[in-house]
Design a protein around this ligand. Structure first.
Ligand SMILES: [Zn+2]
Length: 470
């Protein structure tokens, strides 16, 4: 008896919070739209209607057959294109700060993979998004990321003026195989979705990290610079970020390796924009962008948080024309060649922006990266869209809930003014974004973007080392 009462009270409480927090209870119908149900797959289906209810896709069908209940919000999709929300597989939200999540939604990014940051804070942000108190994407996260102990020591030795990031909150040093096993066990017990590796002490520690991650059943992804390519495949790493360098000299050996990764469903997220929009730019230009608080050189610069603006100044100090020349060679002679081969070999090349890197802007960066997939890797727009939606969702093991438009899936959608399969740049022409069924029309998207300019984290540093002094 007593138990029943408690259950009833709990149910009531749950209902009340749901109503308060979720504007997703509304029923919406997008009428007579051109549907890209699976962005890369079949042709565009004209004259379709999609019914959204309770944050999910409730019905899809020819416009004449989808009957909307009375009181449903009607959205005229005539001449427009409906596709799944975009997934950015490489962001650092701790560095962009919370206000940047408005920019992600304003650019149709409804899911992100956070590749390392301030774990407790990221969890709090994720909870407030899920609770409906904050606008933002679905966050899949690594928590803190792994570095070689030597790298952490080097950061500690930097003069305080060069230590903008509170790196003790974001990075864990791993110095030996025993250390690797201990760290992976500790991380696996936390609320994280995968482990990210950035730098590693030695090959044995690298293999120990992989073995421990496999044992705990948690995915290990990240940088592989300096690791022999065959060892990456044998070690069992679940995803590669940026590039493989040094690579192999022999083409047939490389193709065999890429096919090996393809067979194991190991994708690469190359973040091409870090080469083409950052590393290959003259140091002088990067410094100008870093110092351009008013957004004169680049209007998107105005939406940066204060922390990220300080971080970019630090990043600009590392830029040099000598470094640029070296990066230019790596890109043209090795990385671009390898990426094209990987694609040919059937290895998944996926879209991530590395947002938080100097000159990579939250939200719009994913559109820049998609465009580079067409111009630099020779993919068709449809192939790129498939990679930024369905294939990324599957990689994140979220294929059952997001990544395509199907009955029962989460209503994360973008309504476009023009066909993105004809020109990838049309993904920038956003008429509306639906986030778990909640609609942001053009006016609402402009409003949440404008809100960023007045956000507290844009006015002052709320995270980095200078934050404590204020
Ligand atoms: Zn990164």
């Amino acid at each position: 008896m007593k138990k029943q009462v408690v259950t009833a009270v709990l149910l009531l409480a749950a209902t009340l919070t749901n109503q308060a927090a979720q504007p997703t209870e509304a029923v919406l119908v997008i009428r007579n739209v051109n549907l890209l149900a699976q962005s890369g797959g079949a042709a565009v289906q004209p004259g379709m209607s999609v019914l959204l209810r309770g944050g999910r896709i409730a019905a899809i069908g020819p416009a004449a057959e989808v009957i909307a209940p009375t009181g449903a919000v009607q959205i005229d999709g005539t001449g427009k294109f409906l596709m799944p929300g975009l997934i950015d597989l490489h962001v650092h939200l701790s560095k962009t700060r919370a206000s940047a999540m408005n920019l992600l939604i304003a650019h149709g990014v409804t899911t992100v993979r956070d590749m390392g940051g301030d774990h407790q804070e990221l969890l709090a942000w994720r909870r407030s998004i899920e609770g409906g108190e904050r606008v933002g994407p679905t966050i899949v996260l690594a928590g803190p990321y792994l570095e070689s102990v030597r790298n952490i020591e080097r950061m500690r030795k930097d003069p305080p003026s060069l230590r903008v990031e509170p790196f003790e909150r974001t990075r864990i040093g791993v110095g030996s195989p025993a250390d690797a096993r201990r760290t992976v066990a500790e991380l696996a017990a936390r609320d994280i979705d995968f482990i990210k590796i950035r730098t590693v002490a030695d090959p044995d520690t690298y293999l120990a990290l992989n073995a421990a991650a496999n044992e705990h059943g948690i995915a290990l992804v990240g940088h592989v610079t300096g690791i022999p390519p065959q060892r990456i495949l044998d070690g069992g790493q679940d995803g590669i970020d940026h590039f493989i360098y040094p690579s192999l000299d022999n083409e047939s050996e490389r193709m065999a390796l890429w096919k090996g990764f393809a067979a194991r469903n190991v994708p690469i997220v190359p973040t091409i924009d870090v080469f083409l929009r950052t590393a290959l730019l003259p140091a002088e230009q990067l410094k100008k962008i870093a110092e351009d608080d008013g957004g004169v050189v680049e209007p998107r610069r105005r939406y940066l948080s204060r922390y990220l603006a300080l971080d970019w100044r630090e990043q600009a100090l590392e830029a040099s024309d000598e470094r640029r020349v070296a990066q230019q060679r790596i890109w043209t002679e090795v990385v671009r060649r390898d990426l094209r081969e990987m694609h040919r070999a059937g290895m998944d090349v996926l879209v991530g922006s590395d947002t938080a890197v100097l000159n990579i802007y939250p939200g719009s960066a994913v559109h820049d990266e998609m465009e580079l997939f067409v111009t630099e890797l020779g993919m068709t727009p449809a192939e790129v869209l498939d990679r930024t939606t369905r294939r990324s969702a599957e990689f994140l093991r979220l294929g059952d809930s997001i990544g395509s438009i199907a009955r029962g899936k989460v209503a994360d959608l973008i309504l476009l003014d023009a066909d993105p399969t004809l020109d990838i740049r049309n993904t920038r022409r956003i008429a509306a974004v639906f986030v778990r069924g909640r609609m942001f029309d053009r006016a609402a998207l402009d409003r949440i973007q404008a809100d960023v300019l007045a956000a507290p984290d844009v006015r002052s540093d709320d995270w980095g080392r200078t934050a404590r002094k204020q």
